[in-house]
Design a protein around this ligand. Structure first.
Ligand code: NAP
Length: 492
């Protein structure tokens, strides 16, 4: 029996020109929209199975390009295939169609015609991948899963941080789709250059954009989408500072576990998560400062995803450090020999940060601000000044009188509100909301993770007095697909 390690699989580069990819997507559009949801669900499951099977071949490519570890990337493959399976489950259940029927009623004043409303796919979607999740927020990540589930072909723009992996992943997905006899052109890839992405958003055959990345990149592309002769929706999931408020009572009761949890969360993955807690908002307390300083003293070196992200991190950090009202708690450093960094933490008062709003911008990487408040009034002024965020939380004992106000202020600004846990880690589930008011996202009503991510890529149509046989199946009298429906105001 041979014990030789099998040669790693090679993948054929599936990259297409923007024009060709958009033409293929448009051609696939009608066929994909007409596929029964159960058939589309099978296609998503087939891609998920192929991704899992190819994981051992894909992870080494991801490691070489992203500087992330094997354990992390292997977990991410499972997360990405889990997203595809969740979306398959969502469309099998049928509620995503939002079928709503008001039957004709001649006795009403005025008489009501027969009205049947349902969601339909938008058409070809451009998906922009982020650098920090080479699988889960990349070309076969949550946006692609949601768009395909909705019945929209996807043209994916790889992140230049992992172009070879993007090619390999799309080759795996395309192989699975071809084997399942799926509509050709439903999932294509363009090259990773900036210009290719711009051309893609400008292309008139694209009907919507799903973007995960920086605020700067998201806004630039959102403007292009809005300035087209025929503007299209742009769903940008951007960066976020994810504040965590600590109450005085919690600080007294659990100072060391809060310090440990906060350091663990803001340094996880070298702080390269959109859910990194960028602000710890706590009462003025010298022991807290000291505990944070001690906790960070032994923090290990960590790799930044790309040289560009490392440079942007140092630039952002210098903007913070050079602000006169900011004081250092722990100053990290760059280790040129290993091209790694260590975390940094600065402190600022609640009143000062309100006067220096640039301190409320995301700094992507292992850094955070301790924001110290002197009392409830101080805290309230700060909370009112916070921007939109993906997640916000409290560390509290539960019976503090100010908690309802704090939670309500956080709820007004955040997509996810957290009690005594930390924001890093986004579960892929039915109830997850991963979005928020600007600048966390360009569309506050949308989520890029979880079952409701599909809503972004559909629009509603009402069919009025259309003969039954001409209606889409979910709207027909007999409800042959057995989808949940609201009929004359009653949910069935
Ligand atoms: P990025 O630099 O904005 O890149 C994302 C994509 O946008 C890339 O394909 C990039 O291509 C393109 N792009 C950027 N600027 C552009 C411009 N001016 N014109 C045209 N295309 C442009 O983001 P990243 O560094 O990869 O990812 C890190 C950021 O993503 C962080 O801010 C993080 O918080 C955020 N993020 C958010 C979420 C979320 O769910 N909200 C999840 C993960 C990450 P080029 O590189 O070729 O320009």
């Amino acid at each position: 029996m041979s014990t030789a390690t099998p040669a790693p699989r090679t993948f054929v580069d599936p990259t297409m020109l923007v024009d060709d990819a958009c033409a293929a997507a448009l051609q696939a559009s009608a066929r994909l929209a007409l596929l029964a949801p159960a058939r589309r669900a099978d296609l998503l499951d087939a891609i998920a199975a192929a991704l899992d099977a190819a994981g051992p071949d894909l992870v080494p490519i991801a490691m070489a390009e992203s500087r992330l570890t094997q354990v992390r990337l292997t977990g991410e493959v499972g997360r990405a295939s889990g997203q595809l399976r969740l979306m398959a489950n969502v469309i099998r259940q049928g509620a995503y169609l939002g079928v709503t029927i008001d039957e004709a009623d001649a006795n009403l004043t005025p008489p009501r015609p027969d009205l049947r409303r349902m969601m339909i796919p938008l058409g070809p979607v451009a998906v922009f991948a982020a650098s920090n999740f080479p699988f889960a927020f990349s070309v076969l990540g949550n946006d692609t899963a949601a768009a395909l589930a909705a019945g929209c072909p996807v043209v994916a723009k790889p992140n230049p941080g992992h172009p070879r992996l993007s090619q390999a992943v799309i080759a795996v997905a395309q192989g699975a789709l071809a084997q399942a006899n799926a509509p050709k052109g439903m999932l294509t890839l363009i090259d990773s250059s900036l210009q290719a992405g711009i051309d893609l958003v400008r292309d008139d055959r694209i009907e919507a954009v799903g973007f995960t990345g920086s605020q700067r990149g998201g806004l630039a592309l959102a403007k292009i989408a809005a300035d087209r002769p025929r503007p299209i929706p742009f769903f940008g999931e951007l960066g976020s500072i994810n504040p965590i408020v600590v109450t005085a009572e919690a600080l007294v009761a659990r100072r060391s576990s809060i310090v440990e949890g906060f350091i663990g969360s803001f340094t996880l993955g070298a702080g390269q998560f959109c859910t990194k807690p960028g602000l710890l908002i706590a009462p003025v307390d010298s022991e807290l400062r000291e505990a944070l300083r001690t906790g960070l003293a032994q923090a290990p070196d960590q790799a930044m995803l790309t040289d560009n992200i490392r440079d942007a991190f140092h630039h952002g950090l210098s903007l913070v450090a050079d602000t006169a009202v900011v004081t250092p708690i722990h100053v990290g450093h760059h280790v040129p020999e290993t091209n790694t960094v260590t975390p940094s933490l600065y402190a600022v008062s609640a009143t000062d940060i309100v006067q220096h709003p640039h301190l409320l911008d995301e700094c992507f990487g292992p850094t955070a601000l301790l924001v110290e408040y002197a009392g409830e009034d101080d805290l309230r002024v700060l909370l009112e000044a916070l921007p939109g965020v993906l997640a916000a939380g409290v560390q509290a004992q539960g019976d503090e009188s100010m908690l309802p106000v704090v939670l309500s202020e956080l709820t007004a600004r955040a997509g996810r509100v957290i009690f005594n846990e930390w924001p890093t880690g986004v579960a892929v589930t039915w109830a997850m909301q991963h979005g928020g008011p600007f600048p966390a996202a360009t569309r506050p009503e949308s989520t890029s993770v979880g079952a409701y991510a599909i809503d972004r890529f559909m629009r509603a149509v009402t069919w009025q007095s259309i003969p039954d046989a001409l209606l889409p199946q979910p709207l027909q009298h007999a409800n042959p697909l057995q989808v949940p429906r609201r009929v004359n105001g009653v949910q069935h």
